[in-house]
Ligand binder design. Structure first.
Ligand code: NAD
Length: 489
C-alpha cells in the first residue's frame, strides 16, 4: 500500500498543482465559473480543483465540435481505424496512471480498476475495427426501383457520464461516436473528473485532431443542461439515473435531440434449488459487493427458492461479512469507500428504512468509524418486494433477499419493479431457463453466470432502465443517420 500511495501521489501532483482543466478546440482551458473541488472518499480531503464550466464553455465546445465535424466525418474509415487503435495503444501505456487516479477519485478498489485501462483500450479497439464499415448500407429491390441505403454520422454529439467506473464508461460511449464519424462534447460527472481529463490528453497525443473531442467539467443542472439544450448538438448519449434521463428528455425537446439512455436498475438474481448453489452464491456475492455495489448491472435483489432460501442466505451473509474492506490502493481491498458523502448518506438512509419496514439486517447495515465513506457489505432478509429496499436503486454494497415458492412467483417478483436493466438466472433446467428468460423484463439476462460482457452483443435496458442499445452495430444506429436513395429501373 505504501508504494502504491506514493506512486499515486506522484501521478496526482500535476492536478494538485495546476487543477483539472477543460479542453476545447485542442486547448486546455479554465472554466468560466471558476473552480470546484474533487475530494477523496477515503478521508474527504481535496484531491484537486477542477475547472468549473457552464453555458458559455459548453457553447464554445459545441462550436469547436461543429468546426471539426466536416473533416472528421469525411475521414476515410481505414484512417480512422488506425487512429483509434493508436488511442488504445496510448491508453494501455498509461494503465497504471489511469488505475491509480481512478481509485483515488472514486474509491474503487485497485484489484478492479487495474483492469479499467485494458477494458477502455478494448472498447477503442472494438469500435476502431468497425469504423471502416460504419457507413455501409444495404440495397433493397422494389417494384420498378432499386434502393440504396447509406449511413452518415449525425453530427456533433454530447456525452454525459456518471461517476461509477467513469474511465471505462467514457470510453464505452465516446469510442463508437468517434468511429461513426461524430465529434464529441463530453461532460463527465462532477464527483470523478480526473480520468476524463487523462483520456482526452491521451487521445490528442495519439493524433486525434483538435476539436474532434472536447471536455467541459461542471454541474449537471448547469453545464449538463446547457449541453442537452444546445442547437448544434444533435444527440445526447447519457449514462446515469433514470430521473436525470427524464429531465434530459424534457430539456432536449425544444431542439428535438435524439437520446440514448443507460439508466438505473434493481436487477434480480433468481436462484432455483436445482442450480449449482456454490457457484450461484459466489456470483451473487460478486455481482453486488464488487465495485462497491456501484454498478448499474449489480444484482441487488436475491430471489431464492424457498426450500434452499435459509441456507443460501446464510452462505451469502457469511461470505459478505468476510469481504476485505480497505484503502482502494491496497491490493487486498475488495470494498473501498463509496464515492462521496452525499451518496453515502443515501445508502445509509436505507438501513433506517429497512429497520422501519421490518426487514432483518443479516450482516452489515452500518458505516465504519472514521471520516471515509466506508459502508459494510449488507444483506437484508425477511424482506418483501414492496419494501423500499426491494424497489429502489440503492447503488451500494447492499443486497435484499426474498424467498419464492415457484416459477410463477419468481417471475412476478423479478418483474415487479420499475426497472428492467439486467437479470441473472441460476437453474439446472434448460427448458425452465427458456421459459423464464422469455418472460423476464430485462434488456440483458445471464443464465448460470455473472455479468460477462461480450462487446458485439447489445447492452441496454427496458422500462425505466434505458432507451436504445450500445455494442456492436447498435451503437452506430444511434450515432448515424440512414439515407435511402431510390433509383427507377
Ligand atoms: P446522475 O444522473 O446523477 O448523473 C449522471 C450525469 O448526469 C452527471 O455527469 C451529472 O452531472 C449529469 N446531470 C445531472 N443532472 C443533469 C441535467 N439536468 N442535465 C444534464 N446532465 C445532468 O447519475 P450518477 O449518480 O452520476 O450515476 C449513477 C447512476 O448511473 C445510477 O442510477 C446507475 O444505475 C446509472 N448507471 C447506468 C448504467 C447503465 O448502463 N444502465 C451504467 C452506469 C451507471
Amino acid at each position: 500500500l505504501a508504494s502504491n500511495l506514493s506512486r499515486a501521489g506522484a501521478h496526482l501532483q500535476r492536478f494538485k498543482d495546476g487543477g483539472v482543466l477543460n479542453h476545447i478546440g485542442g486547448h486546455a482551458v479554465e472554466g468560466s465559473l471558476g473552480w470546484f473541488d474533487t475530494i477523496s472518499p477515503v478521508d474527504l480531503t481535496t484531491l484537486a480543483k477542477v475547472a468549473h464550466g457552464g453555458r458559455p464553455d459548453i457553447d464554445q465546445a459545441a462550436q469547436a465540435a461543429q468546426a471539426a465535424f466536416a473533416d472528421w466525418a469525411r475521414m476515410d474509415g481505414g484512417k480512422r481505424r488506425k487512429l483509434l487503435h493508436r488511442i488504445a495503444d496510448a491508453i494501455e501505456k498509461r494503465a497504471e496512471e489511469i488505475a491509480f487516479l481512478e481509485c483515488l477519485d472514486t474509491g474503487q478498489a485497485l484489484r478492479f480498476m487495474s483492469k479499467a485501462a485494458l477494458r477502455g483500450a478494448e472498447n477503442f479497439r472494438f469500435f476502431a475495427d468497425k469504423a471502416p464499415e460504419a457507413r455501409d448500407g444495404r440495397s433493397i429491390f422494389g417494384p420498378g426501383q432499386m434502393n440504396v441505403t447509406s449511413r452518415a454520422p449525425i453530427g456533433p454529439v454530447g456525452i454525459i457520464t456518471p461517476w461509477n467506473t467513469p474511465f471505462m464508461l467514457s470510453t464505452w460511449k465516446i469510442a463508437p461516436a468517434l468511429a461513426a464519424g461524430c465529434t464529441v462534447v463530453h461532460k463527465p460527472a462532477e464527483f470523478s473528473p480526473l480520468t476524463a481529463r487523462l483520456l482526452i490528453e491521451i487521445a490528442e497525443e495519439a493524433g486525434l485532431p483538435p476539436g474532434v473531442w472536447n471536455l467541459v467539467n461542471g454541474m449537471g443542472e448547469d453545464a449538463g443542461r446547457a449541453l442537452t439544450e444546445h442547437p448544434l448538438i444533435k444527440a445526447i448519449g447519457f449514462v446515469g439515473e433514470s430521473r436525470t434521463g427524464s429531465r434530459i428528455m424534457a430539456q432536449g425537446a425544444a431542439t428535438l435531440k435524439r437520446v440514448h439512455f443507460e439508466l438505473g436498475g434493481k436487477n434480480p438474481v433468481i436462484v432455483f434449488a436445482d442450480a449449482d448453489l456454490d457457484r450461484a452464491a459466489d456470483a451473487a456475492v460478486f455481482m453486488i459487493y464488487s465495485l462497491n455495489g456501484e454498478r448499474c448491472t449489480s444484482s441487488s435483489r436475491l430471489l431464492v427458492e424457498e426450500s434452499v432460501y435459509d441456507a443460501f442466505a446464510a452462505k451469502v451473509a457469511e461470505k459478505a461479512a468476510r469481504i476485505p474492506i480497505g484503502h482502494p490502493l491496497d491490493p487486498r481491498t475488495v470494498i473501498g469507500p463509496l464515492i462521496h458523502p452525499v451518496h453515502e448518506a443515501k445508502v445509509l438512509s436505507y438501513f433506517e428504512k429497512a429497520r422501519a419496514e421490518g426487514a432483518t439486517i443479516a450482516t452489515g447495515g452500518e458505516k465504519l468509524d472514521g471520516p471515509g465513506c466506508y459502508v459494510r457489505p449488507t444483506l437484508f432478509t425477511n424482506a418483501r418486494n414492496d419494501m423500499a429496499i426491494a424497489q429502489e436503486e440503492i447503488f451500494g454494497p447492499v443486497l435484499t433477499a426474498i424467498p419464492f415458492a415457484d416459477e410463477a412467483e419468481a417471475l412476478a417478483l423479478a418483474n415487479d419493479v420499475q426497472y428492467g436493466l439486467a437479470g441473472y438466472l441460476w437453474t439446472g433446467d434448460l427448458t425452465r431457463a427458456l421459459r423464464m428468460t422469455e418472460a423476464m423484463q430485462a434488456g440483458m439476462i445471464w443464465v448460470n453466470s455473472e455479468n460477462v460482457r461480450h462487446l458485439p452483443t447489445p447492452f441496454g435496458g427496458v422500462k425505466s432502465s434505458g432507451i436504445g442499445r450500445d455494442g456492436g452495430d447498435w451503437s452506430f444506429d444511434f450515432y448515424m443517420e440512414t439515407k435511402n436513395v431510390a433509383f427507377a429501373t
